[in-house]
Design a protein around this ligand. Structure first.
Ligand SMILES: Cc1cc2nc3c(=O)[nH]c(=O)nc-3n(C[C@H](O)[C@H](O)[C@H](O)COP(=O)(O)O)c2cc1C
Length: 448
């Protein structure tokens, strides 16, 4: 249970193996979640590759086919970092709604483990994602909240597909708007007991299957009937931590992690104080917005003496990962992702914007050179470019600032925020800025 105390929430386009590596450099103990991987994508890729191998090797035995089909595309979804520190405790999140497909997807994960590409600690089923891209496709993501029996079947399929070798966990919301169309005022007046009973039914049905004992609960409902954007669905429905705390109290044989709106180690600690039997706190956006603010995680939450020395040390270590990735992959395709992971390492520091712009340029070099008919051969390794950008734009004081000092600053900001009248509903500066920036980037992409 200790392993789940603080976890990095699954986030599409964020918690890829590069960001997970960065987080691991910041905290040895945090449990990492991958981005959601669609079960059908895994099945589809493997079937294609198996078929291709069979076609090209008509005399191959079935065993040879299974051993030798190409897993290049599957690596894109499932591969973990190979450079020290390895990911360690890390959970693969899958999305899907067809038990047969789930079974097959779990088998693919086992294949990839055998081949040495990954070594996940558990598989998590996504029952919380309200994205129309996901929720629209039949019953998928948060829509599964209304189909507890199907969820139970899906978890059994995952269990069977891994031959019972992996813990299966479920990430969900506290409910959906399927019973009553959502309006803020209407929801405020709805009977919370009814809502809680529905949530209990969901939990009991799944736990009743005897496979899942560990739940991660995003403490707001998912609004599926309205055309809410995913961002609104992570902001508008109010957080109801009290319902998760009730689950903790009412089902002591199960473990629950609370998720939604927690933005700092301080706030996570407060959650444990408010509910000592809570198994964990899961944090998403705050990690993405300001990873360094979690540098004291291991000391504060786990009483472990580990903490990275400073961000220069983190960047130097990250450089090793970056170089290894570029050595084994195509920089024109992966450099953007490698760089994206470190973009917010200096949130709130002076000149951090200039540093981000410099990183953006570094990210674009391989593609730009390719477009000019050149290769990046002979160019300095990406690790060197990253460090040079840091030396050029950030002060020595910033680069060498200790986690303790950064924590003191954050503590001050957090105490002011949480001490304010509506503290729990106010965003920290880092997350608010990150949201604005994301919105700008999305708009840029749309107009591009
Ligand atoms: C950009 C982004 C992508 C997300 N992708 C996923 C996902 O793939 N699977 C999932 O279960 N939740 C996903 N979420 C939801 C988060 O895991 C988390 O539940 C939500 O952000 C609330 O936690 P927070 O307030 O700590 O960010 C995503 C959230 C964001 C911001």
């Amino acid at each position: 249970m200790d392993a789940t105390k603080l976890s990095l929430a699954p986030m599409m386009e964020y918690t890829d193996r590069h960001f997970r590596h960065l987080v691991r450099l910041v905290s040895k103990k945090t449990l990492l979640y991958t981005e959601m991987v669609a079960a059908n994508a895994l099945c589809h890729e493997r079937r294609n590759q198996v078929e291709e191998y069979r076609t090209n090797n008509a005399l191959a035995t079935e065993e040879e086919v299974q051993e030798n089909y190409s897993d290049q595309y599957l690596q894109r979804y499932l591969k973990q970092g190979k450079v020290d520190p390895l990911e360690g405790a890390s959970v693969l999140q899958l999305g899907g709604s067809d038990p047969k497909q789930m079974y097959e997807a779990a088998e693919v994960v086992m294949d990839m483990e055998k081949r040495g590409w990954c070594d996940y600690t558990a598989i998590n089923l996504n029952c919380g994602c309200p994205s129309p891209k996901v929720a629209g496709k039949g019953c998928f993501g948060a829509a599964l909240m209304d189909e507890p029996k199907l969820v139970e079947e899906l978890t059994r399929a995952l269990h069977d597909g891994t031959s019972g070798t992996m813990p299966i966990t479920v990430k969900c919301r506290i409910g959906t708007d399927s019973q009553e169309a959502f309006t803020k005022a209407g929801y405020a007046q709805a009977d919370e007991e009814v809502e809680y009973r529905r949530l209990c039914e969901f939990i009991e049905t799944i736990a009743g299957g005897g496979i899942v004992t560990d739940f991660q609960v995003h403490a707001r409902i998912a609004v599926l009937q309205k055309s809410f954007s995913p961002a609104d669905n992570r902001k508008v429905p109010p957080l109801k931590y009290n319902l998760v705390r009730r689950l903790v109290h009412d089902y002591p044989e199960l473990s629950f992690s609370i998720n939604g709106g927690v933005e700092s180690v301080v706030q996570a600690q407060q959650e444990f104080e408010a509910c000592p039997d809570l198994a964990g706190v899961m944090i998403g956006r705050a990690w993405a917005a300001d990873p360094w603010s979690f540098a004291m995680t291991d000391r504060v939450l786990y009483n472990d003496s580990h903490a990275p020395k400073n961000r220069l040390e983190v960047l130097q270590a990250y450089g090793k990962h970056a170089d290894a990735e570029e050595m084994n992959g195509d920089p024109t395709k992966i450099r953007r992702f490698i760089i994206k992971a470190i973009t917010h390492l200096f949130t709130g520091e002076s000149n951090s914007k200039r540093y981000r712009i410099a990183l953006d340029q570094i990210a674009g070099i391989p593609k730009k050179m390719k477009a000019e008919g050149k290769t990046i051969e002979g160019q300095p390794p990406v690790s060197e470019l990253i460090l040079n950008a840091a030396y050029e734009h950030l002060s020595e004081e910033t680069l060498l600032r200790s986690p303790e000092e950064s924590y003191e600053r954050k503590l001050h900001e957090e105490m002011n925020r949480l001490g304010s009248i509506d503290g729990m509903n106010t965003r920290s500066n880092a997350v608010a800025q990150w949201q604005t920036q994301r919105k700008e980037e999305e708009e840029e992409l749309e107009t591009a």
